[in-house]
Design a binder for this molecule. Structure first.
Ligand code: UD1
Length: 429
């Protein structure tokens, strides 16, 4: 199994290009099921998760062609004919977003059988709201032996759905399904994450009729069929935020390019309050920090967008480990998302966790050690910690990292970080 080895202490200076957003790409890929025309996604991130969903789509009959385009990597999806409507446990268990093929399969063919995603290390993460939405559209749903079997022999009908609380996954799934349902759908208390806006705009380019994009009420007028489209995936705000924190932690000056700084306002405000310089540019942001000056502790609470993203909580906690004073971090979205805290403690951080709250007492410095990645965003927080720690840190289980960060070692070493991948056989790359 690969690990990442880091020798801490190097400053970061240079430019890091930001890739397309994983969390958008995965939902846009599911949209390819909705049409028999080709959907070309440009600015596609090359990640374990996108490869994985590509494989599932291939099983369903979608042709998936990766190629180099003018705007970096791109992938052409063409669901000329759906040859299977079955998504087996093995393919859904490894990545939750696979579950979102259920609604599009149902909308396109009238039936589908998709495995429930199962547990996940960052909490229970149920899909009850997804299923309630599909039921509201008139689908007959049966749950048996870990599978959801859904049929809609007479087609899906639009519905008024008020989500009891904000869910990114359920909003996307309902939107992906409603575009082909007959009549009007209104989704209230919809999530407003920028990746949902990206999906809605791509669906509109495919011929869907959607009102209220970027608000918490989406109104969808169903159409009978959709076209193909060419769509550029929105830049990854979580990747951008992660590298912004990395630059702040290591010190130096990094320009994040091909990015959208307005999508990380909640993080920027906290970084500025801690003493980091954050300067928006035409296509990104410059992050600057004098490593001789200690940062100040600030508190954060994770919220739905536009609040502070749960996907940036682990990284920000890392930044606070060496700040001056105590920082209180509230995790509101997932009950079990502090698994990185004991790993950070191995590097010398002082963190206590009680239920959904972590208190980080800043220490003057961290010291390298072997640590284990526990989930995708936690793993990048350990890499960031390793870059600032004295000596050598190795991060194990980096398959988590490969799910969501494209060419991470390459991007960071181009800015001066001493970071390399150690293959399972012990060879460095
Ligand atoms: C969430 C994050 C998203 C992040 C992703 C991966 C929020 C609002 N969402 O999205 O930003 O990128 O994790 O870390 O910050 N829930 C149910 N029933 C459902 C669906 C969800 O109870 O059917 C609960 C979840 O367990 C969770 C909350 O609702 O406590 C929000 O979930 P949701 O937004 O759907 O999660 P993801 O789409 O995974």
């Amino acid at each position: 199994m690969d690990s990442i080895a880091i020798t801490g202490g190097a400053r970061l200076n240079g430019v890091i290009p930001i890739s397309g957003a994983k969390n958008s790409a995965l939902k846009l890929m599911a949209a390819s099921i909705l049409t028999d025309q080709p959907l070309l996604l440009t600015n596609m991130p090359r990640l374990a998760d996108t490869k994985f969903l590509g494989r599932l789509l291939g099983e369903l009959g979608v042709s998936v062609e990766e190629r180099d385009g003018a705007d970096g990597t791109e992938t052409l999806f063409h669901a000329r004919e759906i040859t299977s409507t079955f998504a087996p446990y093995d393919l859904v268990r490894q990545m939750r977003a696979s579950f979102n093929v259920l609604g599009p399969l149902l909308a396109r063919t009238g039936h589908a059988k998709v495995s429930l995603p199962g547990g996940c290390t960052i909490g229970a993460r149920p899909v009850d709201l997804h299923i309630q939405a599909l039921t509201a559209f008139g689908a007959a749903i049966e749950l048996a032996e870990g599978y959801v079997s859904a049929t809609a022999p007479t087609g899906l009908r639009g519905a008024e759905i008020e989500f009891p609380f904000v869910s990114v996954g359920a909003t996307e799934h309902a939107l992906l399904t409603a575009v082909l349902a007959q009549g009007t759908t209104v989704l209230r208390r919809a999530a407003m994450e920028p990746e949902i806006g990206d999906l809605a705009r791509c669906l509109t380019a495919m011929g869907a009729k959607i009102d209220g994009v970027d608000t918490d009420v989406l109104t969808i007028e169903g159409v009978t069929s959709l076209n193909g489209a060419d769509w550029s995936v929105i830049p990854d705000r979580i990747e951008m935020g992660s590298y912004a924190v990395a630059a702040a932690m290591a010190g130096g000056e990094v320009r994040l390019s091909r990015a959208r700084p307005e999508l990380m306002t909640a993080l920027s405000e906290k970084m500025v309050a801690a003493g980091v310089e954050v300067e928006p540019t035409a296509d990104g942001v410059i992050v600057r920090r004098d490593p001789a000056v200690r940062l100040k502790a600030v508190d954060v609470t994770t919220e739905v967008y536009p609040g502070f993203a749960t996907d940036l909580q682990a990284q920000f906690m890392t930044l606070m480990t060496t700040a001056e004073g105590d920082s209180v971090i509230h995790e509101n979205i997932f009950e079990n998302r502090f698994m990185h805290a004991p790993e950070l403690a191995r590097l010398g951080a002082d963190i206590s966790v009680h239920a959904g709250e972590a208190v980080v007492r800043g220490v003057p410095s961290l010291r390298g050690a072997p640590v284990m990645a526990t989930d995708l965003r936690a793993s990048v927080s350990l890499v960031i910690a390793g870059m600032a720690a004295e000596g050598e840190t190795t991060v194990g289980r980096v398959y988590h990292l490969d799910r969501g960060f494209e060419r991470l070692e390459e991007k960071l070493s181009a800015c001066g970080a001493d970071i390399r991948r150690v293959k399972g056989d012990g060879h460095e790359h």
